[in-house]
Design a protein around this ligand. Sequence first.
Ligand SMILES: C[S@+](CC[C@H](N)C(=O)[O-])C[C@H]1O[C@@H](n2cnc3c(N)ncnc32)[C@H](O)[C@@H]1O
Length: 335
Amino acid sequence: MAADDFFEGAEKLLEIWFGHQDGKVENGDLRKIPREKYENLLKAACCEVISYTSNDEIDAYVLSESSMFVTKRRFILKTCGTTTPIECIKLFLLYVNEFTGFDEVEDVFYSRKNFERPELQKDTYRNFKLEIQTLDIIFKGTGVVRCMCSSKTNDSWYLYALQPVKCFSNEKQSPDQTLEVLMTQLDPNIMQIFTKEQSANAIQATQNSGISELLPNMKIDDFLFDPCGYSMNGIGNEGQYMTIHITPQQEFSYVSFETNVPQSSYKELISKVLKTFQPEKCVLTLFTNEKSPSKANHKELKYLTQLGEWQQDTNKTCSLKNHDLTVSFYSKYPS
Ligand SMILES: C[S@+](CC[C@H](N)C(=O)[O-])C[C@H]1O[C@@H](n2cnc3c(N)ncnc32)[C@H](O)[C@@H]1O
């Protein structure tokens, strides 16, 4: 396939948390950084804003390549294609220093699935080792690295997590959990919904696909690309978000689902997501911190060996500074 026809759906996901050395986190706010400064950052990452929505807790941007979310002290940049998110970090840290009142990086996570066509990425992003080296230089530290591989398919998932020396005490932590479902080889009939040929607009695609039913009661900002491709952000009044991105082309179809909505069990939500998109394969990741009402879910995921038509081939759990992490690989049975 010609490089021109290919689109890399798999995202690079960067999440940074900020704090204050004296522990007074109420003194800072990342949303004090002006909009044009965020646009500068996105230029460095090779993408731009195409839509925006917000409430009192969270600013959500749909980007030309995926999404950005900004809350009081957490920044999330999720970008696909051949974007370069690490390139915006130094400038971002300068803006944080200038505008927000924060003076400390509390946590950094940078993760991604293996790329379909790594050779088409720009320099640093062709090999996770180079991404790690670049992040270590920027954060002047040594990150913890996790590489999880499926025992059955050639899928893998990589994480860099910076563990700053100073830890925030448990009392200052707020509940935090993030679920991601990264899906490949999707049902072509379902993917057809995310084309201009089948759907007149994004609202139609959101409704007809069942996306609107996945986590109801969210304010949805969706976008249907021409001739195909789909992105959406959903936000809730308490700072909850969900985000879905779809590359529907059959030769390299990819869908990602991510949310921070807490659940006492994620089984039903994950099943709904898989039934909605019908992937052949998927990678599940779950991060929870000590305060999260979802923290018991790692055990549940471990024993979720069968999820409808999907069978788990690999499940790994590990502990990071403030979070537990589970990564599971599933494929449709029989594959
Ligand atoms: C931005 S969207 C969603 C990407 C996402 N990371 C995913 O999960 O696949 C990418 C899809 O939109 C299509 N697309 C159409 N116009 C585009 C544009 N101007 N920029 C980025 N993608 C575009 C791509 O071909 C691809 O199918």
